[in-house]
Design a protein around this ligand. Structure first.
Ligand code: ADP
Ligand code: TRP
Length: 316
């Protein structure tokens, strides 16, 4: 039986947090380890360029994200791990998609509407974000794309674009499916809103114990009930509701004890990841080599697909 094709990516916009992990990155590892998928994990640096406009920061974040990928268990021997900007077919296919896409259609994107509602000046890259993401996915004939809930609309854009291309020209692209884990579709942050780098409400995935303590102590608790909802919801990521029931029943209203228990559980979960990351960080050249190898493999696949696309639109 041939394996299904999986592709996903993360922007190198700063240290990943446990929301990124439980919402998306953990699925990368779990699905990779089933052996049922041909996996591609990308560092979406060109998407990140909309947010990071400083060369040193971009370089550091990118290498850090490669390290993070390896530390959570992505395996360069079985998965293609690569940087988006290393494969020029992504931006080339974006142009082709731009030419068959209308402005009103892109104006319906949540990210665009949010930026507009905040009266932000919107870059063309932000406006066009869904087309680059469609190119990322469709170039590899991905069947599944594991992501958090906030990316669902982007996968719909990729599907629509594939359909539009197929009907305008000839059957060329597969329609990808999003893979979203219901229970962790939106991991809450320390303030109860969606955990996000841009809200400053995160627990970093490779946090030190001090950072964990700082994060957990800042969790907003309302005094209306026995169970501090925001603490409990984060705790649920680490332990079964059964296990938590006893702890929360025995400590009704004792927010400090519950927060301390959460700190210990988070630290127990993060410590091995932190240690593995520190070990891999001792060989940065090895990490760079992973990206070089990954780029070669990704390029081969993407270039072959782009050739077909170019034939199908008549430029070849
Ligand atoms: P951020 O919002 O922190 O900038 P990214 O946009 O870089 O996160 O997201 C990377 C991946 O992590 C995406 O698949 C996204 O859906 C997922 N993700 C981000 N935040 C959360 C969250 N709080 N809960 C679940 N998944 C999340
Ligand atoms: N837009 C995604 C995010 O913000 C990152 C991303 C870029 C991506 N290209 C992708 C995710 C392709 C899945 C597939 O998290």
């Amino acid at each position: 039986m041939s394996k299904k094709i999986l592709l996903s990516g993360v922007k190198p916009t700063g240290a990943p947090h446990i929301g990124n992990y439980f919402g998306a990155m953990k699925q990368f590892v779990d699905l990779q380890n089933t052996n049922n998928y041909e996996c591609h994990f990308m560092i979406a640096d060109y998407h990140g360029l909309n947010f990071i406009q400083n060369a040193d920061e971009m370089r550091t974040n990118t290498l850090n994200l490669a390290l993070d990928y390896l530390a959570i268990g992505l395996d360069p021997l079985t998965s293609v791990i690569f940087k988006q900007s290393d494969v020029s077919a992504h931006t080339e296919l974006t142009w082709i998609f731009d030419s068959i896409t209308t402005m009103p259609y892109l104006m319906r994107a949540h990210a665009f509407k949010d930026a507009e509602a905040k009266d932000k000046e919107i870059s063309i890259g932000t406006f066009n974000y869904p087309m680059l993401m469609a190119a990322d996915i469709l170039l590899y004939d991905a069947d599944v794309v594991p992501v958090g809930q906030d990316q669902k609309q982007h996968i719909e854009y990729a599907r629509d674009t594939a359909q539009k291309f197929n009907s305008l020209f000839t059957e060329t692209f597969k329609l990808p499916e999003p893979l979203i884990m219901k229970e962790v579709a939106i991991v809450p942050g320390t303030d109860g809103r969606k955990m996000s780098k841009s809200y400053g409400n995160t627990i970093p995935l490779f946090a030190t114990r001090e950072e964990i303590v700082k994060g957990v102590m800042s969790i907003v608790t309302d005094s209306s009930g026995d169970v501090p909802t925001n603490v409990y919801n984060m705790h649920k990521l680490l332990k079964s509701e059964e296990d938590l029931k006893k702890l929360y029943d025995e400590n009704k209203g004792k927010y400090k004890i519950l927060k301390e228990a959460l700190i210990d559980d988070l630290d127990a979960f993060i410590k091995p990841l932190r240690e593995k990351r520190a070990l891999i960080a001792q060989n940065i050249q090895g990490v760079e080599a992973v990206l070089i190898q990954g780029a070669l493999k990704a390029k081969e696949k993407a270039d072959a697909k782009l050739l077909t696309v170019k034939k199908n639109i008549g430029v070849l």
